[in-house]
Design a protein around this ligand. Structure first.
Ligand code: NI
Length: 179
């Protein structure tokens, strides 16, 4: 009784250039632990504070296969999705839409994605779950699962576009404006 309740915390979002963003994350093997629960609560806090629709654990410097998604950005509790150890099991169609990333702030580019995807994952308790997404939700699944494989949206752009963004980021880094 009297479990100590920790306060929710906004975590620091790491930016492009940090190696953790470009490494495959490790599978979660322990579920239903206070540590996992606390991380997920803090990931929600962090994502909403940054007004994002998704956040992957590597973006807060944690090399684990965990993502949170809410395409309603806090408007609809029922849209909150936690995916752990997720895999895309099928995808169909194509969509093109502007994409950004909380780890690459200030840059948005059109990215071609599958229009619908099926995702197999585990929830916070370790139970197997199957999810379907289309359009924006499908895009969010693909973007967030990419993060867990060390892939960023700029990896889907042409070499030319990616190099332009990289050069702009290098300038920001040199100016101390990319912390
Ligand atoms: Ni992102």
């Amino acid at each position: 009784m009297g479990a100590f309740k920790k306060e929710e915390m906004v975590l620091k979002i790491v930016k492009y250039g940090e190696p953790v963003l470009e490494q495959p994350a490790e599978a979660v093997i322990e579920f239903d632990t206070p540590e996992l629960h606390e991380l997920i609560v803090n990931m929600w806090e962090t994502m909403y504070a940054a007004k994002g629709v998704g956040l992957a654990a590597p973006q807060v410097g944690i090399n684990k296969r965990i993502s949170v998604i809410d395409i309603s950005v806090g408007e609809d509790e029922s849209k909150k999705i936690v995916i752990i150890n997720p895999e895309i099991t099928s995808s169909e169609g194509k969509q093109t839409g502007e994409e950004g990333c909380l780890s690459i702030p200030g840059f948005r580019e059109p990215v071609i994605r599958a229009n619908t995807v099926k995702v197999h994952a585990q929830n916070e308790k370790g139970e197997q779950i199957e999810l379907d997404g289309e359009e924006l939700l499908a895009r969010a699944f693909q973007h967030e699962i990419d993060h867990l494989n060390g892939i960023l949206f700029i990896n889907h752009l042409s070499t030319l576009k990616r190099d332009i963004i990289r050069r702009k980021i290098k300038k920001l880094q040199k100016a101390g404006e990319w912390e």
